[in-house]
Design a protein around this ligand. Sequence first.
Ligand SMILES: Nc1ccnc(=O)[nH]1
Length: 165
Amino acid sequence: MSPAERFLCEAIDLARENVRKGGRPFGAVLVKDGAVIATGVNEIHTTQDPTTHAELQAIRAASRALGSPRLDGCVIYASGHPCPMCLSAMHLTGIREVTYAYSNSDGEPYGLSTAAIYAELAKPLAEQSLKIAHVPVRCEDGDLYELWRDAASVSLDGSGAGRSA
Ligand SMILES: Nc1ccnc(=O)[nH]1
């Protein structure tokens, strides 16, 4: 069994255990330099928080463990195809690689596919079902982003390092 297959089996084992505990069948393992540094399972059934997907929970745990919101060089092994929310979180943290075992097609008959969201996001914004409006209001007390830039300038090197979105 390849290292990737081993980590995927670990993610699937976590997902299986989560199902036994009343949760959804999703697990994730986060690996850095060949070692597992964090794991996660889908916790929506206990948290009532719709963002507690397995991959996000692993990212949260890894960020806590490393004391940083940057997870460059880390790889995620997920039991199921990551949803767009989790994929975005990977982009935000610098994770450049994810491998999954169960596809959206595998999940479709069970209501476990996020393919519909991917299809929606592939459309131009104006054609998506979620209404997104830009109202460029500027309130009093100065510009919000200038406030941030000026606050950033008090950091030691003035680079604003680590403050990217
Ligand atoms: N890939 C996933 C889809 C849905 N929920 C999860 O936790 N993970």
